[in-house]
Design a protein around this ligand. Structure first.
Ligand SMILES: *[C@@H]1O[C@H](CO)[C@@H](O)[C@H](O)[C@H]1NC(C)=O
Ligand SMILES: *[C@@H]1O[C@H](CO)[C@@H](O)[C@H](O)[C@H]1NC(C)=O
Ligand SMILES: *[C@@H]1O[C@H](CO)[C@@H](O)[C@H](O)[C@H]1NC(C)=O
Ligand SMILES: *[C@@H]1O[C@H](CO)[C@@H](O)[C@H](O)[C@H]1NC(C)=O
Ligand SMILES: *[C@@H]1O[C@H](CO)[C@@H](O)[C@H](O)[C@H]1NC(C)=O
Ligand SMILES: *[C@@H]1O[C@H](CO)[C@@H](O)[C@H](O)[C@H]1NC(C)=O
Length: 407
């Protein structure tokens, strides 16, 4: 090949590059888009709502797999829905910090701040931060008075995502839940960071409902409510190597508040650590509930450090006294195991299994429990009602023995 054809090839490459100025061809059949190429000025706290939305449409309609990049920097993003279906797999890389508007009245109620919706083969990755700027909104949260707890926007909603991955991102100071998972199948959260103050109300880390095959691994969560909660229709969920605290622990529930809730089944919480949390592992169902079932709930290899209520089944859940009547829960719990749970409790009641008198718990196993009370006024205790657990291995405290209790 002569000098001339070299030059022509180089020129062609340059022309091609100019023609596709808004993206670069990275791998053979993967296309990269950056929101920076969609009319941004590059100023600090720039509003990227329009640029991001247009870039999303371009990436989503690419027929080859695409990467969409939010570069380093600090941005403002208004309430937005990133909608599929997309024509090929899409990987969104967030490297910068994206801030929400502070004022809750800038949001349509119940819609979430950022929603990803109806996308197959979607990844959200990068070491970027989604900052919900929740501190002013928290003081407006009147959920404890009204029982209406879903008015403020959730930071990130994943609605009807299939075959997805969320990795490395941080959710900071959400106004309400950090992350909500609805109608998803095969979605993995890995190395996710959740951060909000201990006293921020209803800032659950990840809430899952009506979804299956969801994994949450290697994540660190400190927040004002449950680190992870699994509601109606949570099926085949694996939670491993999550550090929770401060926060309210990892919960199945609350269940039974609504009619015809889909069953919960196949929940594994394994190799997780709780620091200074209100609860460790917990199953909660409403008192005076509707009928529902939860079965196959396995909690194992759990470390608790100064946790108020390390192991809990609470079928008399009735926060702020919002129950219609004091009737037993009708949520049937079965096939539950607590295995190898060790550490310290900041209250004497290390394990409380309070099952429903209407539908007692069935097939509950506790094995290898070693939880010491950190106080000096007695030993740790355990209490069981409407359940006769199968007991194996080491048991400290003695199972189902509460001091001064007749149960
Ligand atoms: C995020 O940071 C981790 C650890 O520094 C690194 O391994 C990973 O590649 C980063 N992710 C991206 C998408 O830059
Ligand atoms: C689950 O999704 C991942 C993509 O994140 C994909 O690689 C994997 O094949 C999917 N698993 C199933 C069973 O479809
Ligand atoms: C999710 O976790 C389960 C249990 O550890 C594992 O069998 C499954 O392969 C994981 N799924 C994905 C997509 O990583
Ligand atoms: C989690 O697993 C690792 C590796 O097997 C182990 O070193 C660690 O002690 C486990 N943590 C808990 C809380 O079981
Ligand atoms: C242990 O937990 C209690 C109650 O949550 C808290 O007041 C105390 O500061 C914690 N102790 C340590 C050493 O963190
Ligand atoms: C509960 O476990 C028993 C015995 O291991 C099993 O036969 C039964 O199918 C399980 N029930 C449910 C609803 O998973």
């Amino acid at each position: 090949m002569g000098m001339e054809s070299h030059c022509i090839a180089a020129l062609c490459a340059l022309v091609t590059h100019l023609l596709v100025a808004s993206f670069v061809q990275s791998a053979a059949d993967s296309v990269t888009f950056s929101i920076a190429n969609y009319g941004l000025k590059g100023t600090e706290d720039e509003d990227i709502t329009k640029a991001f939305s247009v870039a999303w449409k371009a990436a989503c309609s690419s027929t080859s797999p695409s990467k969409l990049i939010v570069p380093k920097g600090t941005y403002v993003l208004r309430q937005v829905v990133f909608e599929g279906p997309c024509k090929a797999p899409l990987e969104l890389q967030v490297h910068g910090t994206i801030k929400a508007p502070e004022d809750p009245s800038d949001f349509i109620e119940k819609a979430g701040w950022i929603s990803f919706q109806r996308i197959d083969r979607f990844a959200l990755v990068g070491n970027g931060t989604f900052d919900g700027q929740g501190s002013t909104a928290w003081s407006q949260n009147d959920c404890h008075k009204t029982g209406e707890c879903n008015k403020l926007p959730i930071n990130i909603r994943f609605n009807f995502i299939t075959n997805g991955l969320v990795q490395d991102i941080t959710s900071l100071n959400s106004k309400l839940f950090h992350i909500n998972v609805l109608g998803c199948n095969n979605l993995t959260f890995s190395r996710v960071n959740i951060k909000a103050p201990e006293d921020s109300p209803n800032t659950d880390g990840i809430h899952i409902g009506r979804s299956k095959n969801i994994n949450i691994t290697d994540s660190v969560m400190s927040t004002g409510d449950d680190c992870i909660s699994m509601g109606r229709g949570s099926e085949n969920i694996a939670i491993e190597r999550v550090k929770c605290g401060p926060g309210h622990g990892i919960s199945v529930g609350s269940l039974g508040r609504y009619t015809k809730e889909e069953p919960v089944s196949g929940i594994i919480v394994r190799n997780c650590t709780f620091f200074n949390t209100d609860n460790g592992v917990r199953v909660k169902t409403w008192m005076s509930s509707e009928k529902a079932i939860a079965t196959g709930l396995y909690f194992q290899d759990i470390a608790v450090v100064n946790v108020s209520n390390p192991v809990v089944i609470d079928q008399e859940y009735c926060p702020y006294n919002h129950c219609k009547a004091k009737k037993p829960s009708q949520v049937k719990l079965s096939n539950i195991s607590f295995r190898n749970i060790h550490g310290t409790s900041s209250t004497q009641m290390a394990m409380k299994l309070a099952c429903s008198s209407g539908v007692p718990c069935e097939n509950v196993e506790i094995s290898d429990i070693d939880i010491k009370y950190t106080g000096s006024d007695g030993d740790s205790m355990s209490d069981c009602t409407n359940v006769s657990p199968k007991i194996f291995g080491k048991q400290y405290p003695s199972p189902c023995v509460a001091a001064n209790s007749s149960s």
